[in-house]
Design a protein around this ligand. Structure first.
Ligand code: BDP
Length: 683
């Protein structure tokens, strides 16, 4: 039905032989326990098997002596009902969310976990095997998530709009209320749980008047209902809060984090919230950023602010997720010390070690703002005594707004695999974020969701791959971009191998296609101010946001070196610092992020910067057009509605790519006065 079920379609398995092989093992089941999460696991498993195998599985009540069937539960529940546990299962150290799936050629399929969530994840894993056509004869699977926190942030406003949303309106809010019909929220929770998400923040980090009230008593009963919906899928609910709440809703005249009335107000507030929502996850806070209030107003720092909130939540087990997206958005471009790229590190590095252990600093992958190409934020590796959460953007604000195809997993993989060298070679961002690198207590990954009330959730049906992909990476950052794309495609589009291949390849090519017609060589921006869609070369060049490319008739790029620029490169550990500092070693794709060079500068590819700009813009546009042809080639295997939705967007993408090409090529041709070597038409 037009993509609503996402990757959980559970289509009937047509191949009778395969269906029979699965049916033999899966025609009866027993999931032990009674909690809402266990109930979800049981109903999901039964319903999925029913549609895939064409027969409702029987509920059994066995003790492990059965010759077939699925038996699952927490290790405790197995012990309680004295069921047999096969000897060779390694059930130690499964952590909070891990699980084991074990089966011999004959006998039951066992699902074991330490927690109810783990049981649910095991169920989804088993179903994924069936959905992707895997054998289930002998199974010995052991999974534990790499990241403790696997979170989705929603930038939803209570009037129902979504900041940077490209797929309709909010599924949580309408007309300044929480929606009454929560079916859609449940269906969303189901999609998220199936890939291991365990936390959501449902409102925008820019907390305005109406959203500030979410933590007040008239609204908390409805917040609790939403929390329960998510709770049945093992997902904890968080809220973004306004740092100035004590003033705006508390009747105080200050929000100074060190003022005793302010901390008392937040402590009482935490009590209220937990009375209604005992499973409440905590607060997400954007403070002193883009006109949001924060501790700076009172001459306090961000540790003062975060710790005060953390102390209020600590008795209830809540977290403070404090964002590091803090920079001066009213800057003077001539002042090099305020280079926006430096800001997060300059603010937070000196505070390392000063945060409470229920605070996590949420750090965007790059130092600027979710551009198609950025280096990794040097706070990863830079902070060694603070819990961290890597923040990614699934919603495609700067990557085509779900009108252009842009599978972001390869970009995220690059960030996760980046070596900070903070503790020698192999000190990856993935290990810093999870907490493994420095042994910090909490850690994980968060991302801004790309869903709305659109029929397929994400506007562009293929953008679902990003939601899926983020969650899979948050569970295990070592998974490959191709592996994830192939898995998503198989689950979403079914068995046809040709369609699977074409879609997977389109996904994998899409990021480089998008990058090659938009802002070149890591310089970023060049988008229309405000909504950020479409080319506008000087759109941000003469404003105060700190997002410049410095193109003139001689050259382009931002000198961020220690030697002659803003000094940003100095925030990296060796050898990354040297690599970025040196014009010779700096990777081509980030050249203009780190260096200002003449248009005739030769890249490692042998091309000059200007010729690279022309060539890639022409190629990118052609490759965008080819996406339509590739999609058309599999028309017969695709659901008609999805085919139409995707095609419509691909055609638009091809058109808009031409606009990018022409605007950028013309601009650089005029600025540089250098013609295209191949004499192609530049408007
Ligand atoms: C930028 C968005 C803006 C967000 C901000 C943030 O343009 O809408 O509020 O990030 O992350 O990318 O706070």
């Amino acid at each position: 039905n037009g993509g609503y079920e996402g990757w959980l379609r559970y289509t009937h398995i047509e191949d009778a032989y395969k269906r029979e092989a699965y049916s033999v093992r899966c025609s009866q089941l027993q999931i032990m326990g009674e909690s809402p999460v266990i109930h979800t696991a049981r109903t999901e498993l039964a319903a999925a098997l029913d549609t895939m195998l064409g027969a409702k599985p029987r509920e059994m009540n066995g003790t492990g002596g059965e010759s077939f069937g699925i038996i699952g539960g927490t290790i405790d529940s197995f012990t309680r009902c004295e069921a047999r546990i096969p000897e060779d299962c390694h059930l130690d150290e499964l952590g909070e969310d891990g699980y084991v799936i074990q089966a011999e050629e004959t006998g039951p399929i066992w699902l074991f976990a330490a927690s109810d969530n783990g049981v649910l994840y095991a169920v989804y894993h088993l179903l994924r095997l069936l959905q992707t056509d895997q054998p289930i004869g002998k199974l010995s699977i052991r999974e534990t998530p790499v990241n403790g926190l696997r979170m989705l942030d929603h930038w939803d406003n209570m009037d129902g709009t979504i900041e940077r949303g490209y797929a309709g309106n909010s599924i949580f809010f309408r007309d300044n209320r929480i929606v009454a019909d929560r079916d859609r929220i449940r269906d969303y929770a189901r999609l998220l749980a199936s890939v291991g998400i365990n936390a959501v923040a449902i409102n925008n980090v820019n907390v305005h008047r109406e959203e500030t009230k979410l933590i007040t008593e008239p609204l908390l009963p409805d917040v609790a209902k939403v929390a329960d919906v998510f709770g049945a899928y093992g997902i904890r609910l968080y809220l973004s809060v306004n740092f100035a709440s004590p003033i705006e809703i508390g009747g105080l005249d200050t929000a100074d984090p060190l003022h005793p009335d302010v901390s008392a107000w937040w402590r009482a507030k935490a009590k209220d919230i937990y009375r209604y929502v005992p499973t409440f996850g905590g607060y997400v806070v954007k403070a002193d950023s883009e006109f949001r209030p924060g501790p700076f107003t009172y001459g306090r720092n961000h540790a003062d602010g975060a710790n005060m909130l953390a102390d209020a939540l600590a008795p209830f087990g809540g977290h403070v997720i404090w964002r590091c997206f803090v920079y001066n958005c009213l800057q003077d471009w001539r002042d090099r010390s305020t280079d926006r790229a430096r800001a997060a590190y300059d603010h937070f590095k000196p505070l390392d070690g000063q945060f409470r252990d229920n605070v996590l600093l949420q750090i965007k992958n790059g130092p600027m703002d979710f551009q198609v190409r950025e280096p990794v934020s040097p706070l990863f590796g830079g902070l060694s005594r603070t819990n961290q959460l890597l923040e990614l953007q699934i919603t495609q604000e700067y990557t085509g707004q779900q009108r252009h195809l842009c599978y972001l997993v390869p970009q995220w993989k690059e960030a996760l695999d980046f070596d900070t060298f903070a503790r020698g070679e192999g000190s990856t961002v993935a290990s810093a974020a999870s907490g493994a690198l420095f042994g910090t207590k909490l850690g994980g990954m968060a991302a801004v969701s790309n869903v709305g009330d659109d029929s397929c959730w994400t506007g562009h049906p293929l953008a679902q791959a990003n939601l899926f992909g983020f969650a899979r990476l948050a569970w295990n950052p070592a998974l490959g971009a191709e592996e994830i794309a192939a898995e998503w495609t198989a689950m979403t589009f079914g068995a046809d191998p040709e369609a699977q291949r074409v879609i997977t390849d389109m996904l994998l090519d899409s990021l480089t296609i998008y990058e090659s017609y938009t802002a070149p060589l890591g310089v970023g921006w060049m988008v229309n101010p405000g909504h950020h869609y479409g080319p506008n070369v000087d759109g941000y060049e003469y404003s105060k946001w700190g997002t410049y490319h410095f193109a003139d008739c001689n050259g382009i790029g931002v000198d961020r070196t220690v030697r002659s620029g803003t000094g940003y490169t100095g925030q990296y550990a060796l050898p990354q610092y040297e690599r970025y500092e040196s014009l010779e070693q700096c990777p081509d794709e980030l050249l203009l992020f780190f260096h200002h060079v003449p248009y005739t500068h030769k890249l490692k590819s042998g091309k000059t910067v200007i010729q690279h700009i022309y060539d890639t813009r022409f190629e990118g546009t052609e490759r965008a057009a080819m996406l339509v042809t590739r999609w058309d080639s599999i028309k017969r295997s695709i659901d008609a509605e999805i085919y139409r939705l995707v095609r419509e967007r691909l055609v638009q993408q091809a058109e808009h790519a031409k606009e990018w090409r022409d605007v950028l090529n013309t601009y650089f041709c005029r600025k540089s006065g250098i013609a295209d070597e191949l004499g192609r038409t530049i408007y």
